[in-house]
Design a protein around this ligand. Sequence first.
Ligand code: GLP
Length: 259
Amino acid sequence: MEIVIVPSADEAGRVVAGIVARALAAGARTLGLATGSSPVGAYRELARQHREEGLSFAGVRAFLLDEYVGLPANHPQSYASVIRADLVDHVDLASDDVHGPDGAAPDVEEEARRYDDALRRFGPVDLQLLGIGTNGHVGFNEPGSSLDSRTRVATLTDETRRDNSRFFTGGEPVPRRVITQGLGTIRAARHLVLVASGRRKAAAIAAAVEGPVGSSCPASILQVHPHATVVVDEAAARLLERADRYRDGAGHAIPGRRS
Ligand code: GLP
């Protein structure tokens, strides 16, 4: 696992965008996209590179991690809408090539199975972007999720619903149920890249990177993945006991960064 500690959230976004751009240049054709605020800096930088430097997503197929149950795709907080606003509208990713579970499907259990089958058929995902919840969740795999779980309907914790309520305006409740790629589904990707910033993520990052591997901290699956990269700013890194060692190694892990 590579741990890259950078001074700011903006720099974390640039580092993650650099990893994505290099993967595309090396032939990656299947991207796993995360939503939420964590990857937004990376998406902004990828859009800039597309606009100013000719970075292209042509021929890339993208898969979302998760979706709220009950929100139609055109609801502003559906992850289908969020990824359009944050990335797809600003680059040359064809919207037909951006896939996600349909949270408004009449049979959401069946929809979860269909999405998992699609991931098996088109996968493995070459590069999977991840954020992390304050309780260590990835995708919407809350603590207690099986490490081998597949895409399924899951229930959010109150903590996650509280955290995500900042995106829902006018007192609209955060849906309780979601469809999420499972931890087993996510682990099938070739390269996992998790990005986090800010003090409120520090405990989750410490548990994910230096705590025991297990379902109490779903993001700890990165410790047992053959190719995982964690990019954090200083605030999110503040509880890492081995931060100095990671700083020493960062220049070797990420081409183009000084050691
Ligand atoms: C949501 C998403 C996760 C995301 C997490 C963190 O629950 N399902 O994929 O990683 O929130 O969100 P944020 O990046 O906004 O802090």
